[in-house]
Design a binder for this molecule. Structure first.
Ligand code: ZN
Length: 504
């Protein structure tokens, strides 16, 4: 008899400081795929679900597909959204008959109108259905605000080890391999979690250059080779979330005999995160530095990439702030392209006018004009499309993305990819699919803080990360926390990472 394994995905990185609630329509705009339809959508992709599909085939499992749901980061999920998708997964477990295992793809920083720890609640509900002995694993984003409740209800939490996140497939394969060993009776994994009294840490998980996160992961790789230690995951946390569990954590999946060693490992890693808490590689600069770099090309080739990191929709940014666009216009920068500005109203205006028309636009700056007024001026409609493209990768290679109805508007010498679904700029296809050759531009602006580097660093002559005053500002003094566990570093005078912290 083949093992019956439930496979489901439910992802969201929730910025609780966003005024935009996350709805079922937001999921439909990215993906909300039920049952067997998950197979053609994800088979052959580098997504976690692709990893689970291939693993099920490799081990001869009989997969039970529940749902795959993902939405661009934004504010809290509405109660209806959370309960609808949760119930699809828990309902699938209830009606599946005998289940031998559960493989989940989660984020770990999802917050809803009714749940501060949504993944913990989901895992607990599933555990209630499948009972204590059925193995259940979950992949997590390395920006998870992971909780003890998640760890108690899962047999392993397997977090990404790359930022940009290009190893979703590999982590699912790792999680599935542990499930197979558990099914064969070779392992009985348990999971523990430890979280220090820290709001930020581990350099927000950046792995593009040598440094703290890479050092931590190298140690985690070593620990995973020890007998009785199955998975060592380091979550850097997601700062823009006003819940008790925000911040870095370490999850260790271990055999019952190795519990003491697992606790020592978690403690050693947290001690290092604490000791090196001031190390950060993020280099936010004023917009003026980006403009200066645009004016000094020298003999370097390739575009300058200005990363508008504080309006990154991948962190809940509104994707429509205008200070960078306005600065480029004011400085008369030529041959530039912006990917992207979210403004469905202007897209509709462009669609009515048609390709080649010249229109008077009031572009962007609609969600919170305090972060930059709309850009006013004349624009030529260069191209119109449905905004759907397939990612080249490395991130999410093969996965379809949907920017919604899209218009390329030329303002002066700047092409603005104007979209109707918020989406982080991670792939060159954001431009290429819109008839813009990114290599032929002098300046590219991306709405992303880190993920863009996987595809854009290889072509960029230089990268400048700017703080344009968006919602994802690195200045945490701008964030008003009311639910966070206290005391916590760096907001309070904390001298001990275990002070009042959520403990394993
Ligand atoms: Zn992440």
């Amino acid at each position: 008899m083949a093992y019956r394994v439930l496979i489901a995905q439910f992802m969201h990185e929730t910025n609780t400081f966003s005024k935009l609630k996350t709805t079922l329509d937001d999921y439909r705009r990215r993906w909300l795929i039920e049952g067997e339809a998950m197979v053609p959508h994800f088979k052959g992709t580098r997504n976690e679900v692709g990893g689970y599909i291939d693993s099920a085939a490799k081990y001869g499992w009989e997969p039970v597909f529940a749902v795959a749901a993902n939405a661009t980061p934004s504010g809290m999920l509405t109660r209806e959204t959370w309960e609808t998708i949760r119930d699809k997964i828990v309902g699938a477990a209830k009606t599946a008959g005998k289940l031998d295992a559960v493989c989940l793809s989660l984020h770990g920083a999802m917050v809803t109108e009714t749940e501060d720890d949504a993944e913990g609640a989901l895992l607990e509900a599933l555990r209630g259905v499948i009972g204590p002995d059925v193995p259940m694993v979950a992949t997590l984003d390395l920006h998870a605000n992971a909780t003890v409740r998640m760890a108690k209800n899962a047999n392993a939490l397997v977090s990404f080890r790359t930022y940009p996140h290009i190893d979703g497939y590999d982590r699912a394969v790792q999680a599935a391999a542990l499930v197979q060993e558990a099914l064969e009776g070779k392992k009985t994994p348990r999971c523990l979690l430890s979280q220090p009294a820290m709001l930020e840490g581990a350099d927000h998980g950046r792995t593009t250059q040598p440094g703290l996160m890479r050092d931590l992961l190298a140690k985690a790789d070593g620990y995973e080779k020890e007998p009785g230690i199955n998975v060592v995951s380091i979550q850097a946390g997601f700062t823009w979330s006003d819940i008790p569990y925000t911040g870095p954590s370490v999850a260790v999946s271990h055999e019952p005999s190795a519990e003491a060693r697992a606790k020592d490992i978690a403690r050693a890693l947290i001690d290092e995160i604490w000791r090196r808490r001031d190390e950060t590689t993020a280099d936010y600069r004023p917009i003026a530095d980006g403009i200066a770099a645009a004016r000094t090309k020298g003999d370097k080739t390739g575009p300058l990439v200005i990363a508008d990191g504080t309006d990154n929709p991948g962190g809940g940014g509104y994707n429509d702030t205008t200070p960078v666009l306005q600065a480029l216009i004011d400085a008369r920068i030529e041959n530039a392209a912006i990917g992207t500005i979210y403004d469905p109203v202007t897209v509709q205006q462009a669609m009515k006018a048609g390709v080649g028309a010249e229109i008077e636009v009031v572009l962007g700056g609609r969600t919170d004009p305090a972060m930059g007024a709309p850009v006013k001026g004349r624009a030529i409609v260069k191209m119109l499309s449905d905004g759907i493209f397939t990612n080249d990768g490395p991130m999410n290679a093969g996965v379809e993305s949907n920017m919604g109805p899209t218009a390329v508007l030329r303002i002066g010498s700047i092409d603005v990819v104007t979209i109707s679904n918020r989406i982080q700029t991670t792939d060159l296809q954001v431009f290429k699919s819109q008839g813009i050759d990114p290599l032929a531009k002098d300046v590219l602006v991306v709405k992303s803080v880190q993920h863009f580097r996987a595809a854009y660093a290889p072509i960029a002559r230089e990268i400048v990360l700017v703080d344009s005053g968006g919602i994802c500002s690195p200045d945490i003094s701008r964030l008003k926390f009311t639910k966070l566990r206290r005391p916590i570093w760096p907001l309070d005078g904390v001298n001990d990472p275990y002070a009042g912290a959520q403990r394993a």
